[in-house]
Write a protein that binds this ligand. Structure first.
Ligand SMILES: *Cc1c(COP(=O)(O)O)cnc(C)c1O
Length: 397
């Protein structure tokens, strides 16, 4: 089949919930993707911050292959060794005490919200607790996750959503404080807002929210689904701020391609929240994803991936700042480590489409941001190549 035939086949069968780029992926190699015509693309999107190890990590691949041969799924009615190992490793790097594995980011958010509600219920003996979320946040597409997502466009057709959610302005502590009342059980935010346009939390803001939570026994939920797993140069972004959450979520790069998420919590929260019967999942934490997560964490350790991000990110900053100096259409660089947003006055969807023609995969965030979330293994030469291809792209506008 040719490219158009593949596209027609997909469009005739799949529900039309995405306006896809006309790019049909065949396979990946190192930090490159190849389409069905054999054309090569430098990947600065990594499947939306998923493929941190790129496409040629043999250790990761072999661990998954070996597990496929042994057993992929057993259900949570029994123990399985890969997930126990993965859990132990994940707790070590996350400094959390308990973990529940999910199948996606949205499900991790659902679990985090249920945990917070149950914690407050256990403490007070009644339900009807409220959650404070942020404007321009993104937490996923399921009803609970959508309820704490501060984007009217995503929410409106599906209302009424989960009740008891109040929105505050990100990085505006007074606006958060103003939403607190005696029923508030949790404050949820992304440590670095991703989909909303790459806005890192201010240190002072995060510290003030933490102090407020401590004062009122409100749980702080940090969504690390996009910004976690080494992307900012710390294993989880909050570790770079020194502000520890009570509950945190992970997904995207956690399995580096195998669908897996997690919500994690401190022992204090675990002791007074979900108990047998409160929560479950059929697939969640099966041996297949256990083997993948375990291998991912081994590779992060062996490759010192966080240190690598710390070393390479300043070079990317330097190059992006130079582009802002050079092009009037680029006005600002935002982000931390290898989660970067380039604010652009051109139609960003068209820029991303044109970049694709030039062999560069970048994505957008918000309405005016070119987003870069490359595999964490990228080297300087890849950054140089990205700049060259982006300049080639910008010159055509
Ligand atoms: C992607 C994302 C989610 C949702 O994850 P899914 O796996 O798509 O359900 C939640 N929160 C943040 C910050 C994300 O970037």
């Amino acid at each position: 089949m040719n490219k158009q035939e593949y596209i027609n086949q997909a469009e005739n069968a799949l529900l039309h919930t995405y306006n896809r780029f006309s790019f049909v992926i065949d396979h990946g190699e190192d930090v490159y993707l190849f389409d069905t015509d054999g054309k090569k693309y430098l990947d600065f999107a990594a499947g939306i911050a998923v493929n941190s190890l790129g496409y040629s990590d043999d250790y990761h691949k072999r661990a998954i292959q070996n597990q496929v041969e042994k057993v992929m799924h057993v259900s949570n009615l029994y123990y399985n060794t890969p997930i126990a190992e993965a859990a132990e490793k994940l707790l070590k790097v996350s400094q959390m005490d308990r973990v529940f594995f999910t199948n996606s980011g949205a499900e991790a958010i659902e679990g985090a919200l249920k945990t917070a509600k149950k914690y407050a219920y256990t403490k007070t003996g009644h339900a009807n607790h409220e959650i404070i979320a942020m404007e321009h946040s993104f937490h996923g597409r399921s009803i609970g996750a959508l309820s704490v997502t501060g984007n009217a466009h995503y929410r409106e057709p599906f209302e009424p959503l989960m009740g008891g959610v109040r929105f505050a302005r990100f990085n505006d502590f007074e606006s958060v404080k103003a939403q607190v009342n005696e029923n508030t059980c949790a404050i949820i935010l992304e440590t670095v807002q991703g989909e909303g346009g790459i806005f890192p939390a201010d240190t002072e803001f995060l510290k003030s929210v933490r102090a407020l939570c401590d004062e009122k026994d409100i749980l702080l939920i940090l969504d690390e689904i996009q910004c976690g797993m080494g992307r900012t140069g710390s294993m989880f972004a909050w570790q770079g701020y020194g502000v520890k959450p009570d509950i945190m979520t992970s997904a995207k790069a956690l399995g580096c391609g195998v669908p897996v998420g997690a919500f994690l919590m401190t022992e204090k929260v675990a002791q007074s929240s979900l108990v047998p019967g409160d929560h479950g999942t059929t697939y969640g934490g099966n041996p297949l994803v256990g083997a993948a997560v375990s291998a991912v964490l081994d590779r992060y350790d062996e490759l010192s991936l966080c240190e690598h991000v710390q070393q390479i990110a300043p070079y990317l900053d330097e190059k992006l700042n130079a582009l802002v100096q050079k092009y009037d259409c680029l006005t600002e660089v935002r982000g931390v480590g290898l989660i970067k947003g380039l604010v652009c006055t051109l139609p960003v969807g068209q820029v991303a489409a044109k970049a694709l023609e030039n062999g560069l995969i970048i994505i957008t965030a918000g309405s005016d941001v070119l987003r870069m979330v490359p595999p964490l293994i990228i080297k300087k030469e890849h950054i140089d190549e990205m700049v060259e291809k982006l300049e080639q792209t910008l010159s055509t506008f």
